[in-house]
Design a protein around this ligand. Structure first.
Ligand code: HEC
Ligand code: HEC
Ligand code: HEC
Length: 128
């Protein structure tokens, strides 16, 4: 079989060309997510805690809120600077970040996380 070499070279080229879009996208910089703020959030200017902290720890805050509400019946959250918020995913977080798809999902899709919270908790339909 003296054509074996040619077949292998052909196969390698085929695989390389065919899969190019896949490995190219993974190797090169994919766009970092850019979560958008609603007008309401922009006006409020601040999140419930410092932005850098929120970026890393928002899931812990939500866990903590759920526990205090469900186990202790406590619905008041006092942040580091003494400001009070109602401990609620839909009524507080999603009140400011009502653009879930352009805010929460922007990052989650990028990080491939899909919180199951929305099976039960509500968010408003996006309107343009
Ligand atoms: C009063 C309005 C308001 C509420 C309520 C609020 N946020 Fe925010 N959030 C903001 C604003 C404004 C920013 C951007 C702050 C900045 O630009 O420094 C922000 C930033 C964030 C960020 C970081 C975004 C980034 O670009 O890195 C996350 C994550 C976040 N919020 C999640 C939440 C979650 C989860 C809750 C509920 C526990 C919540 N927010 C409640 C207004 C709010
Ligand atoms: C700046 C990017 C960013 C924004 C904005 C953001 N998240 Fe997240 N979120 C993440 C990342 C990254 C993870 C995964 C973190 C990890 O696994 O440690 C995550 C995880 C979570 C989790 C835990 C999910 C799980 O399965 O463990 C919840 C709940 C959550 N986010 C809720 C929200 C909500 C609600 C909003 C919008 C109000 C929001 N996040 C906005 C980046 C973001
Ligand atoms: C199977 C349904 C279900 C799922 C899924 C679920 N929750 Fe809940 N959650 C509830 C119920 C029921 C309550 C109690 C409601 C009340 O007392 O106001 C609650 C309460 C909460 C509260 C406090 C009350 C409020 O208004 O928000 C937070 C915060 C919360 N959940 C966060 C989460 C997060 C974050 C996720 C996803 C990681 C999640 N939940 C997934 C059913 C669910």
């Amino acid at each position: 079989m003296k054509d074996k070499g040619k077949i292998i070279v052909g196969l390698v080229i085929f695989v390389a060309v065919f899969t190019f879009p896949f490995w190219y996208n993974h190797g090169a910089a994919t766009q970092a997510p850019e979560p958008e703020l609603t007008e309401k959030a922009k006006k409020a200017d601040k999140c419930v805690e410092e932005t850098a902290y929120m970026r890393k720890e928002h899931m812990q805050i939500l866990d903590e809120w759920r526990d205090t509400v469900v186990r202790d019946g406590k619905r008041l959250y006092v942040n580091a600077s003494g400001k009070e918020y109602m401990a609620s995913l839909s009524n507080t977080c999603i009140d400011c970040h009502s653009n879930k798809e352009k805010f929460c999902d922007k990052c989650h899709d990028y990080a491939s996380v899909d919180p199951y919270c929305w099976d039960c908790h509500t968010y408003p339909e996006e309107k343009e």
